[in-house]
Design a protein around this ligand. Structure first.
Ligand SMILES: N[C@@H](CCC(=O)N[C@@H](CS)C(=O)NCC(=O)O)C(=O)O
Length: 202
């Protein structure tokens, strides 16, 4: 099994953390989907990372499908509840976290465009979503030790990857000063080697 990956992608980080928490061995194949002529589209028609290539050469994407697959094939350290409202709650957290990521990635990509081509209104639109969704995250976490239940779940992994990415690419969004509960959760997550070993680096 191999993971087509880039070290800055927060969606890839989510999968690397799932692999580490579930102690699953997987080869990491580093490819940037932004480099001209990159081979990512050979693995996924969407041309995005992560892609998981299975031993029979079939491929899985995107990160939500891969996370679910890994949690199903390895029943140890379950990260997603098996069914019902519990499962939906974890998946909803993941949707919230990934939604912030989608907006953060879009805002960052827009910021890289040359002067004159950049759209301040489009960047502000994405930033508005990020601000609202971070507040929703903080409100929903409240005083709970974990996003869902009494243990680490995919909800915490997705939220942690999102918080790390916002700090990495949009450092002027000072979520940790604004939301003490999110800062505490991130600090706790960063004590795990799965998180500490996967901090995004430029
Ligand atoms: N929904 C996808 C998002 C994946 C994604 O957007 N990956 C980015 C890297 S952070 C990418 O490969 N972008 C390349 C492109 O948009 O061409 C997932 O959860 O895996």
């Amino acid at each position: 099994m191999k993971l087509i990956a880039s070290l800055t992608s927060p969606y890839v980080r989510k999968i690397r953390i799932v692999l580490a928490e579930k102690k699953i061995d997987c080869e990491l194949v580093l490819e940037s989907p932004w480099v001209e002529g990159n081979p990512v589209s050979k693995y996924s028609p969407l041309g995005k990372v992560p892609v998981l290539v299975l031993d029979d050469d079939s491929t899985l994407y995107d990160s939500r499908v891969i996370a679910e697959y890994l949690d199903t094939v390895a029943p140890n350290n379950r990260l997603i509840p098996a069914s019902g409202r519990e499962r939906i709650s974890v998946k909803r957290w993941e949707a919230l976290a990934d939604g912030i990521l989608d907006a953060a990635v879009a805002a960052y990509i827009e910021s890289l465009r040359p002067d004159g081509e950049r759209s301040p209104s489009s960047m502000e639109r994405q930033r508005g979503k990020i601000r609202l969704a971070l507040k929703a995250m903080s409100d929903e976490l409240g005083e709970q030790p974990w996003c869902h239940g009494n243990n680490l779940s995919l909800a915490d992994i997705a939220v942690g990857c999102t918080l790390g990415y916002v700090s990495f690419r949009l450092p002027d969004i000072r979520w940790s000063e604004q939301y003490a509960n999110l800062a505490q959760l991130y600090e706790k997550l960063m004590q795990r080697s799965s998180f500490a070993d996967t901090v995004p680096q430029a």
